[in-house]
Design a protein around this ligand. Sequence first.
Ligand SMILES: Cc1ncc(COP(=O)(O)O)c(C=O)c1O
Length: 508
Amino acid sequence: MTRQLHDDDDASAALATPGASPSLEPAGAAPGPEFAGAFGTAPEFAGASGTAPGSRDAQAPNPWPATWVPARGEEPGRIGGRAVTGLARDYGTPVFVVDLAELTGRMDAWVQGAAAAFAPEHGLAGADVYYASKAFTCTAIIRLARAHGMRVDVASGGELAVALAAGMPGEHIGLHGNNKSEAELRAALEAGVGRIVADSLSEIELLESLAAERGDESVPVFLRVTTGVHAGANEYVSTAHEDQKFGLSAASGAAMEAARAVVAAPHLRLAGLHMHIGSQIFGPEGHEVSARALLRLRSEIAVETGVLVDEVDLGGGFGVTYVDEAPMAIREMIAALAAAVREECTERGAAPPRISFEPGRSVVGPAMVTLYSVGTTKEVTVDGGVRWYVAFDGGMTDNVLRPMLYGSEYVAAPASRDPGGSPRRSRLVGKHCESGDIMIRDLELPSGLSRGDILAIPATGAYGRSMAGNYNMLTRPAVVAVAEGREPEVWLRRETIDDLLILDPGAR
Ligand SMILES: Cc1ncc(COP(=O)(O)O)c(C=O)c1O
């Protein structure tokens, strides 16, 4: 079975050696490393390790956020100083719990790391960090991102509206999308967004006509370029094959043609080049190769059009620990990319551009834990033994979508107490009417686990709540932020059945 690379796909299982074509097998089928520490009581999952969020990945892979304390005996697990039992009682389950210490630590690692590595004293022109709000958005996280020096990247009119509602200045917003609607482009022009990342020639035409109609001048346009590099986990593939819906191909000349079109458009300004090469990328190599290709194209565009763009956006895709993966620490990754940008610009004799990054998962992924309540359990006989099915009160409408779409792996730990008993070969499933609604295919859970116990699943901050839906008319979970010494803050309230019925004009 092969899978497509998605824009926010986990290509971790995807990529063979450079030059080879990707062959993607769902990773969930094999008994995986979820077995390790499945009870969450092993010291390596203790979480509160004392190291700074975003800096510890490479040293001790650990999916639990900074303030997580696992359950011990009858003592419930804690996050942000709060017992998970209290959070479950007050906000219900499933609930996404944000560890503010982890989240802000990651924001700071990005912003401070980028400012330090790309500082003018290193011969570079500075860097901005755009939080990729598709990973998770609401006004609270956008405000926090802004307070920590981040800008925001949006991929739709809806994400743009949230960013604006949070008070993010238009000039600190970048708009993406392979098929932006006229209404979305108009909204972006109205908001005065700092960059519109054009994805196609037809979009450039449309944007020019809208800008002309409004009387806008010099609308800042970036070009999303496909450099031929696709990356994930520890590998990348560099080929000329660019059979994907995103971007303008450097190899085919489409990117150059788009550059000419923007330069010739009276109401647009060619402001930058952009790339985004994949997701769950653990090392700098793929970004380096692609960044060099983009900088090469920048110089070629300058020769062809006379415009040397001031900015280059290296996109997102930086990996996190879900189980025991060991991505390079944020600051090290940034420093490696700064060195590559400096070297390439020096070789070309080009003034360095201002760089931007668009991390989503790397900011918010490890900062949330989802709490679920255990419901039905049952035993089935499988080849050579017995498997215990443990069902929780969510599923493919919250976090199970990623395992279903991408074969993504997670760990889980009993969190309201240590239920005791011997480890049982288990499968953790959701409550939807789909047999594929499987969160973790193979894990060990303690035999004492029973109905009403709370299970915690870490690293669920990115593409969990943001991809949540209402299949089977389930209501989407709340998102609650916690920090030591502060009252929990509801970032998104739990959806209610009334919220669902209100959309149905026939409901009485
Ligand atoms: C253009 C762009 N930028 C940034 C991101 C964020 O990626 P990640 O969350 O993997 O950092 C994405 C994700 O799909 C993207 O498409």
